[in-house]
Design a protein around this ligand. Structure first.
Ligand SMILES: Cc1cc2nc3c(=O)[nH]c(=O)nc-3n(C[C@H](O)[C@H](O)[C@H](O)COP(=O)(O)OP(=O)(O)OC[C@H]3O[C@@H](n4cnc5c(N)ncnc54)[C@H](O)[C@@H]3O)c2cc1C
Length: 401
């Protein structure tokens, strides 16, 4: 690897979004460098990220197009139905893939598997240079390039993308502000094994502290995303495994048979944030660096992959026309396209969380009637299902399958 070379694009952050973006660009002949402060061996260890992601159908198309899906597919679980219920209410909402065709609603993929797949693909692409264990600490923009200060020496590129996650350093250095707030909630994540089959059905139960999701994984296993109040979550995290499992059993109920805990548990602070600008000069924001949302709808990384697919399309189009890839019109197009879509989802997830994470009787009644009404209104229900599949709005070419 040489840092003397000038790249077309430098992607800072090789997480689920930055890694995928780097693969997509390099596959299209864009000379790309991807830089992450972590060593890939750390990122693929099971104890690094215990989450699993609900991968929308359009995201699957994207991962297929960039050669990543083939490495992940054997470990994924198709999600055929989603059942949404409000605590003990008999009213519910049921999404069944059979209502809109023969494709599943989405797939559950464990993040550790996604990271291994991305790492495999990243190291196999001739137009992609991977710099790991290297932090980016500074950035200078000139009229025709960006020079990144890294612990491995300077890196020069025509365009830099920050995919550094919520605390993006480059976003701060560029003086781009974020709007948002912390939720008084954390996401507790654990994996369970269970005696009975889940039949590919995901369950989301709205409990007073927030949603409790039981998401089907390959085999008789499930990923739990348990939203809990921040003040009480600490005591759940401090419990021994037996006591923690009893709390889970109480919330899951008996439909999956006997449960056991698999692997460590994790806790993620939750918040909403969106950047006020997606581009500044030759810097572009993508993924959680641009927008961080509540996991209530399992859409965060799907939005990030949409950013990656849209940005790849825009860069490749500019290159084909012989334009500077960081030309103002192209970057403005990216900002218009992705900001509107991401803001819509951020607003929806925020509203859903406010509506469902409380136990106020009139609100509870209104939302239960709402769930039952949507369940009966076939066109609206189909629209929501298409939304969950990522098939609504201006879908980037790489996501169309
Ligand atoms: C509990 C929970 C459940 C979720 N479930 C889902 C789901 O089911 N479906 C879904 O779509 N989304 C889900 N999400 C959201 C999803 O996990 C995130 O949107 C996604 O991980 C963001 O990826 P990213 O690559 O943008 O950022 P990150 O994953 O934060 O990656 C950033 C990368 O940048 C590197 N980095 C940072 N700063 C620097 C620097 N200065 N120099 C070099 N490297 C740097 C980091 O090491 C890291 O590798 C969930 C989130 C939570 C909290």
């Amino acid at each position: 690897m040489t840092t003397e070379q000038r790249y077309d694009v430098a992607v800072v952050g090789a997480g689920l979004v930055g890694g995928a973006l780097a693969c997509a660009l390099a596959r299209h002949g864009v000379r790309t460098i991807v830089i992450d402060r972590l060593d890939p061996r750390v990122m693929v260890a099971p104890a690094f990220d215990g989450r699993a992601s609900a991968v929308a159908l359009t995201s699957r198309h994207f991962l297929e197009a960039i050669g990543v899906w083939r490495h992940v597919a054997p470990g994924t679980q198709a999600m055929r139905e989603i059942r949404i219920s409000d605590n003990a209410s008999p009213l519910f909402l049921h999404y069944d893939h059979a209502d809109i065709g023969d494709q599943p609603l989405g797939y559950m993929a464990e993040n550790r598997h996604l990271r291994v797949a991305l790492a495999k693909e990243m190291t196999a692409l001739p137009d992609l240079t991977v710099m790991s264990g290297v932090s980016v600490a500074g950035m200078t923009q000139t009229p025709d390039e960006v020079i990144l200060e890294t612990s491995g020496g300077p890196v020069r590129a025509a365009l830099t993308v920050t995919a550094e996650g919520r605390d993006s350093q480059l976003r701060k250095l560029a003086g781009i502000n974020v709007t948002g707030w912390d939720y008084p909630q954390v996401g507790l994540v654990a994996t369970i094994a269970h005696a009975r089959s889940h039949d590919g059905i995901a369950h989301e139960r709205f409990l007073p502290a927030g949603p409790f999701a039981i998401l089907p994984l390959k085999g008789n296993r499930a990923s739990l995303v348990w939203t809990e109040r921040s003040d009480t979550a600490t005591s759940y995290m401090a419990m021994d495994d037996a006591a923690f499992l009893r709390e889970i059993e109480e919330r899951v109920g008996g439909f999956l048979g006997a449960l056991t805990l698999e692997g460590p548990r994790f806790s993620y602070p939750l918040g909403l944030q969106f950047a006020q600008q997606y581009t500044k000069g030759r810097l572009v924001l993508a993924g959680d660096a641009a927008h961080g949302i509540h996991p209530i709808a399992g859409q965060g990384v799907n939005l990030g992959w949409r950013d990656a697919a849209a940005l790849t399309e825009i860069i490749v189009d500019a290159m084909r026309l012989g334009l500077d890839i960081a030309n103002v019109d192209s970057l403005a197009r990216y900002e218009r396209w992705r900001r509107a879509d991401n803001l819509l989802m951020a607003g929806m997830t925020d509203a859903l969380n406010r509506l469902f994470s409380n136990d106020v009787a009139p609100v509870r009644l209104a939302r239960d009637v709402g769930l039952a009404t949507v369940n009966k209104l076939t066109p609206l229900k189909k629209l929501f299902m298409r939304h969950a599949m990522g098939a609504v709005g201006d879908v980037p070419r790489l996501m169309r399958g």
